[in-house]
Write a protein that binds this ligand. Structure first.
Ligand code: HEC
Length: 315
């Protein structure tokens, strides 16, 4: 007797749920794997490596085990100048390989075949590391990934030794900082197909995200969209001041300061005295000092440096 009245309703519910699941499974509107990777997507997954969110290779999200992007002016093997400066993605031994290496079918038709057969990405192994470059699209052929360690004999350690520090960008580690610090609570990486376009630049294209993990679109904004922020403002110094204390450059900013990402020492190895800095800054705010104290230059291996490299890479 109890619950008998619900029999019809329960069947109707089961039928609707089953039908809707069948529609989803049997008639998907779009198969993600058919999206062909754009050059943007190739760059995004090569700069960030396997995963810039939480993962077992870096449980405390320190930015460890990440590749770096370098600008090469000379061939690292022969030392001869290259025809034009080339970006390369250096995976030192132990850095987890990008999704493209493990799952090349995510690259999409054409790009997969070229990357595997001509680019020899399948030969890249975590134990030995690898150096990748992107072969630009030409003719009707799409851009693809080349494993320069296999094709040109470029060894990760040699490449790193051959470039000066200003040509090295720790973008992958910086993206880990972006995710860890919750920048996405206030910023999106997704201009929309609305007036947004005029302010923040073009929305992304289908195929810009193949293999990228995580995408960090964000869903809610208290600050500007950052997908193209590096095109509006390419100043390292401005970013440095703004991250140390946003109020130095935007007096009424609600953005938190991220000075702790500097760590304990600056680029010259000098200890950073945060208490002294704040005392001087308070004097400045109260009008006792005409200028704010200087912001320390972040050390090469600091989290602040990585975050700035990531933000400036958002072109
Ligand atoms: C509480 C919200 C909030 C958080 C969290 C936050 N921001 Fe912001 N951010 C803002 C606001 C508001 C602005 C605009 C005012 C300003 O420039 O400070 C801004 C501005 C910026 C700008 C300049 C944008 C432009 O168009 O020139 C950058 C770059 C930036 N934030 C990066 C970050 C990064 C990276 C993080 C995480 C480490 C972060 N923000 C965390 C609110 C936030």
């Amino acid at each position: 007797m109890a619950f008998r009245e619900y029999k019809v309703g329960a069947r109707m519910f089961g039928f609707s749920l089953g039908t809707s699941m069948c529609i989803t499974i049997l008639f998907p509107s779009f198969d993600m794997r058919s999206a062909v990777s754009t050059e943007v997507a190739l760059d995004k997954q090569l700069v960030a490596g396997w995963d810039a969110g939480w993962n077992l290779s870096d449980p405390l999200m320190t930015g460890a085990n990440k590749p770096v992007k370098v600008l090469l002016k000379n061939d690292p093997k022969t030392g001869q100048p290259l025809e034009q400066p080339t970006s390369a993605y250096v995976y030192p031994p132990g850095a987890w390989m990008p999704n493209a290496v493990g799952h090349p079918n995510n690259l999409g038709a054409g790009v997969e075949g070229l990357s595997v057969n001509q680019g020899r990405i399948g030969e890249a192994k975590k134990e030995g590391g690898a150096v990748f470059v992107i072969k630009a699209a030409q003719g009707g052929q799409p851009a693809y990934i080349e494993n320069a360690t296999a094709t040109k004999g470029w060894i990760p350690g040699d490449v790193l030794k051959s470039v000066p520090d200003e040509d090295v960008a720790h973008i992958g580690a910086g993206k880990t900082m972006f995710v860890r610090e919750g920048c996405w609570w206030c910023h999106t990486l997704l201009p929309e197909q609305t007036q947004d376009w005029q302010v923040f630049g073009a929305p992304p294209m289908l195929g810009d995200f193949n293999g990228e993990s995580p995408t960090a679109f964000g869903s809610d904004r208290k600050g500007p969209d950052l997908l193209h922020v590096g095109s509006r403002n390419a100043s390292k110094e401005w970013m440095m001041l703004h991250f140390f204390n946003p109020r130095l450059v935007q007096p009424h900013s609600i953005m938190p300061r991220f000075d702790y990402l500097w760590g304990s020492v600056d680029a010259n190895g000098q200890k950073i005295d945060y208490d002294k800095w704040r005392a001087e800054y308070t004097d400045y705010r109260e009008g006792k000092n005409p200028t704010p104290p200087d912001v320390p230059v972040p050390a090469k291996n600091s989290e602040a440096r990585a975050l700035i490299d990531f933000i400036l890479s958002l072109k």
